[in-house]
Design a protein around this ligand. Sequence first.
Ligand code: ARG
Length: 477
Amino acid sequence: MWKGRFEGDTSKAVQKFTQSLDLDWRLYRHDIRGSIAHARMLGSAGIITAEEADLIVCGLEAVMTEIELGRLQPSDELEDVHMNIESRVIELFGPIGAKLHTGRSRNDQIATTMRLYMRDRLLDQRGAVLHLLEALLNRAEAHLDVVVPGYTHLQQAQPISMGHYWMAWFEAFSRDMRRLASAYDALDECPLGSGALAGSTLPLNREATARELRFSSVSQNSMESVASRDYMADYHHFASMFAVHASRLAEDLIIYSTQEFAWIKLPDAFCTGSSMMPQKKNPDVLELIRGHTGQVIGHMVDLLVTMKGLPMTYDRDLQEDKRGLFASLDALDGVLEVLPQLLVATEVDAEAARAALDKGRGFALATDVAEHLVMQGIPFRDAHFKVGKLVKHCIDENKAFTDLSFEELKTLVPEADKRTMDIISGPDVLRRSVEKRNTFGGTGFTQVAARIRQAKDHVFGVGEALSSERDRVRPRW
Ligand code: ARG
């Protein structure tokens, strides 16, 4: 279609090398939607007649049906999705079809098509992340009063509410949700009408196409519109951050479910067996979630490196922007399909969690003892030192905190009283420790419960906003 100034045919090898159909054929719906808006605008602006515009729109709709029924297969000779569709419209309507590409370049066409395509994919993904947030809330509510070990450096640190643990991930993924929403906002402007780079001599009505395609605004600069891909980079940043979070969560659950920790029970349906060892139950789903992270980060780096040396404006290198983007979109869709289901079926073995803390000999309560002494006026550094000595004594004597007699305690910590004893022994000692960490955002049960209530309202609001956004951008056809 651009052969006018050429003498010979393109070599087969070049056709194969430059075609992008393996990547962009999946964009046909969005490309057609953009073309329909463009044709209607050409008609209403009087650049083509209303009848011609109607015919072209009919042609585009017919091509859509042909593709959907598998009757129109892409051809390499026509390079990409745009030219395959346009040439079919020309085949159907001859000279009238040949008016479709008036005032347009594939440069602003692909920029528009990608934004339309990503808008749909990102909307779906926002729904899927919301679903993940709901799954975390579900677990947080179910495990609010289950006490488990909390770790720093993967060493037992302090007892926590398992609800607090799940809500920790809720907060991280909520921020990812905001990042995804801002990537979505970034793509919400219409580049159509920018032409190859400089706009057009024809009286195109850019407002009209933007409105028809449900974009919130028209892009400001025709050059930048065909050159920029930073809205894709915004998605990649979200995707990378999300993948890193999902990977860390997966890593935790893998560790907590090993025989050595054993206080998390992963659902059978989300584990697999070994072909050789009959006893095995492997956390393959979680490992694959962790295993996807490198690719997703790689795709972000790929795009940024592609962009960094590109002269203003469009360069063919940009055709490669799709490969990593589609791979990351697909990878995240996969993770988002399994992760919420896995989470809601994941159980915590409260007994095993208590046993794990007992194995730590109750030393996870050491800070509680030191803080109790602080409330009696002892400087924290002295209290820290004395409780450290107490721990050392237990290690030397091979004892747990609960095995200490009041006399032993008194020898090492003369300021200790009966209430100090209550902190390290007695019924519900772990639960009481969690209950007392009542600072804002702490693991105290009332803190966590309050945050869960708030978070549920928030999630409901986000769900409502998402469904009205879906209605706003939904195509007419
Ligand atoms: N297939 C191209 C892409 O995906 C479309 C734009 C081609 N433009 C050009 N001037 N060769 O980027």
